[in-house]
Design a protein around this ligand. Structure first.
Ligand code: AMP
Ligand code: GLY
Length: 423
């Protein structure tokens, strides 16, 4: 069959790597893709938000399955348009992708269906938000309602900071229209875990757990980023936590969406915080995480196409989802200065070292092929992933592999997976 993947990051490279392993697949296209994906797929120069062109391309090539990896096109309704054109597509429709697209929606859903999360209030009037702050304990968390590249969350330690935050989100519109509404919520403490799941509208099957490192610098210092590295599984995600989440979070979320007439098919990403009072939902995403996908998918034993088709057909209950009994660590190689300002166009060398090594992956995020060879083309450049028999071995393997790759201004965190030493 012919598959079209929409997206261009490390997540889409990880998806393409899994898709390429499927015996059902003859040909992969990726729009727009990147230099790494180009080794597996024919990359086409259509942007992820150019819906008309994407649908026309899918029809012209008689695509059998379209996989939408990124949040923007999901929230914008690309799946609906593909389906209207008769193209089978993996991912939630627009009315379900709102689970990620509006934090106010997802908080109201959790409240209505008693799914554990931080206490909160929604606001569309900045004056009311400012008045509410006077009644709050600090720290407090401010969230722009809409998509903001993972950057629309502000943790404020004082009333003054919080007032500045409301101004930045709702009045100065520093996150654009994502800040037309906002959520103000209780600050929680605990370990964070990412749990991705496949959903077919009624059945949910969770994948192995993972943990991201969102801050730019070692010791969780510096600014929030898209994610600087991940490990999987999380040793803090115990049987007990899993049992609780299955009962009070996972299935209840899927059922709630169905009851609201927003049947969810695709991937639900549960961003959880393991608090003293038990697991709480920090956020939902309507897609694979990036870089969570880079440690979760390489450990999945199933044919990804079979699982995705089961999600579309509503037969996920017949799939025996299985993961390898090992571990994986992904260290992101970024351009120094990310997420603020950084240079692009630096020549990358050493990637051939990955060619003949089982259990090692170099997923491309921001790269470009030029006459000068492969160059950096973004903040997050590559995701170096390695497996190991356990987390310690996987971490040692991943950090060893980061030395195989060279480019000017290469930057990485040196403590990805350090938390496992405390487990
Ligand atoms: P989100 O995009 O909602 O996952 O938020 C980004 C990051 O902000 C999370 O990964 C947490 O580290 C932090 N965060 C979000 N909500 C809260 C909260 N209620 N309490 C403490 N930290 C939070
Ligand atoms: N790694 C977090 C995300 O994909 O949103």
């Amino acid at each position: 069959m012919k598959v079209l993947i929409v997206g261009s990051g490390g997540r889409e490279h990880a998806i393409a790597t899994s898709v390429a392993k499927s015996e059902k697949v003859d040909k992969i296209y990726c729009a727009p893709g990147n230099a790494g994906i180009a080794a597996l797929a024919e990359c086409v120069a259509i942007g992820a938000m150019e819906f008309e062109k994407l649908v026309a391309f899918a029809k012209e090539k008689s695509i059998d399955l379209c996989i939408v990896g990124m949040d923007d096109p999901l929230v914008g309704g690309l799946v609906d348009l593909m389906e209207e054109a008769g193209i089978r597509t993996f991912g939630p429709r627009k009315n379900a992708a709102i689970l990620e697209g509006s934090k106010a929606f997802s908080k109201d859903l959790m409240k209505k269906y008693a799914i554990p999360t931080a206490a909160y209030e929604n606001f569309d009037d900045p004056d009311k938000a400012l008045a509410y702050l006077e009644t709050c304990d600090f720290p407090i968390v401010l969230k722009a309602d809409g998509l903001a590249l993972g950057k629309g969350v502000l943790i404020c330690n004082t009333l003054e900071e919080a007032k500045e935050g409301v101004k930045s989100i709702m009045l100065d519109k520093n996150f654009g229209s994502a800040g037309n509404r906002m959520v103000i919520e209780e600050f929680m403490t605990g370990r964070e875990v990412s749990v991705l799941s496949f959903v077919d509208g009624k059945t949910i099957q969770t994948m192995t757990s993972a943990q991201d490192h969102k801050r730019a610098k070692d010791g969780d210092q510096g600014l929030n980023t898209g994610g600087m590295g991940t490990f999987s599984p999380s040793p803090f995600y115990t049987e007990e936590v899993d049992t609780f989440c299955k009962k009070y979070i996972y299935q209840p979320t899927v059922d709630a969406m169905a009851k609201e007439g927003r049947e969810f098919k695709g991937v639900i990403f549960f961003g959880l915080m393991l608090t003293e009072k038990g697991p709480r939902v920090l956020e939902y995403n309507a897609r694979f995480g990036d870089p969570e996908a880079q440690v979760v998918l390489p450990r999945m034993k199933n044919d990804i196409i079979e699982v995705m088709e089961a999600c579309i057909d509503g037969t996920l209950d017949q799939i025996d989802l299985q993961f390898e009994d090992n571990a994986a660590v992904c260290v992101v190689l970024a351009s120094d200065g990310y997420p603020v300002a950084y240079e692009k166009g630096k020549v990358i060398s050493g990637l051939e070292a990955f060619d003949d090594k089982d259990g090692y992956y170099c997923f491309h995020a921001g790269t470009k092929m030029t006459d000068a060879g492969l160059v950096t083309n973004g903040g997050r450049v590559l995701g170096v992933t390695a497996k190991g028999k356990d987390l310690k071995e996987a971490r040692a393997n991943a950090y060893a592999a980061t030395n195989w790759v060279q480019f000017e201004n290469k930057y990485m965190r040196n403590d990805i997976g350090k938390a496992i030493d405390e487990a």
